[in-house]
Design a protein around this ligand. Structure first.
Ligand SMILES: Nc1ncnc2c1ncn2[C@@H]1O[C@H](COP(=O)(O)OP(=O)(O)OP(=O)(O)O)[C@@H](O)[C@H]1O
Length: 264
């Protein structure tokens, strides 16, 4: 597999690299109701990109279309230059674009270690190979240990998922998502419902796991977006009203009025 760094190096001398995800004119109607209209999003490889907007703006609908759970009624989704519009969730995931909840449903009565192991087995297609040679299972265990260390859950390896704090459960979800080795990770409100100290821990975690990966996240917490994200697309009533850095979008009067208000 070609690494992110190699791909970036492959970009012709000085030219802007092609985006990993290029969404153009994306639209979705539910009967007569237009939930998403003419949405363009260009996600650069290696970036952390946020999709923000008030309740009902269409963020979840866009994520569902990107991850193949919902078919667009208009527009085009290109992943690494290939048209994937209308592809199903499994096809999209196989290409390397993974939505966190897609494989992050954790099993409450399995331990942290077992949950990550199941995710790895699923990826390796080992799930039904109970006769796997020990060496193969040892390799899996080594990778589980690496992933738990990466998300800071090594000390909780034997804790049942059900007994984890809310924040730590989200970290376990991220570990099971990373087990599938995504190139582009779609994170759906990763900080939702978290206590302040967990938010900081997950911000650090996302920053760490973004090394060599691209992240597109829906996030309501604007201080998280400001600290973490390279680019931001703002949706309102299904349409993009601004796109750029935090400084750029927060200076946009339409965004201030629609969303950021006095926090900008
Ligand atoms: N299956 C559906 N059928 C009809 N309308 C829908 C459907 N799914 C979403 N909508 C409508 O589309 C609009 C966008 O919804 P969506 O959930 O994408 O917004 P959102 O930005 O994710 O909101 P929130 O921040 O509250 O999660 C809303 O008005 C919603 O009621």
């Amino acid at each position: 597999m070609v690494s992110t760094a190699e791909r970036s190096r492959a970009a012709p001398g000085g030219a802007a690299p092609a985006p990993i995800l290029n969404v153009s004119g994306l639209g979705r109607r539910f009967g007569a109701f237009v939930a998403v209209k003419g949405v363009d999003i260009r996600v650069e490889e290696g970036s952390i990109h946020a999709l923000i907007g008030p309740n009902g703006a269409g963020k979840t609908t866009v994520f569902s279309m990107l991850s193949g759970f919902l078919k667009p009624t208009e527009g085009r989704i290109e992943y690494r230059g290939t048209d994937i519009t209308g592809a199903g969730p499994t096809q999209v995931a196989r290409r390397g674009m993974i939505r966190s909840f897609q494989i992050s449903a954790t099993f409450a009565h399995l331990s942290v270690h077992e949950n990550v192991r199941v995710a790895l087995q699923r990826k390796a297609g080992l799930a039904y190979q109970f006769w796997s040679p020990e060496s193969r299972l040892d390799r899996l265990d080594a990778r589980v240990a690496e992933l738990l260390a990466e998300v800071g859950l090594a000390a909780e390896r034997d804790t049942l998922a059900v007994n984890l704090s809310y924040g730590r459960k989200r970290m376990l979800e991220i570990a099971t998502t990373l087990a599938v080795d995504p190139d582009l990770l779609l994170l759906d409100e990763p900080m939702a419902g978290m206590a302040h100290e967990d938010v900081e821990r997950v911000v650090e975690l996302i920053r760490r796991i973004s090394d060599g990966r691209t992240i597109l996240m829906v996030e309501h917490n604007l201080s998280v977006v400001r600290n973490l994200c390279d680019r931001i697309t703002v949706l309102q009533r299904g349409e993009v009203i601004a796109e750029g850095s935090y400084a750029q979008v927060s200076a946009n009067p339409q965004v201030r009025e629609a969303y950021i208000g006095t926090e900008a």
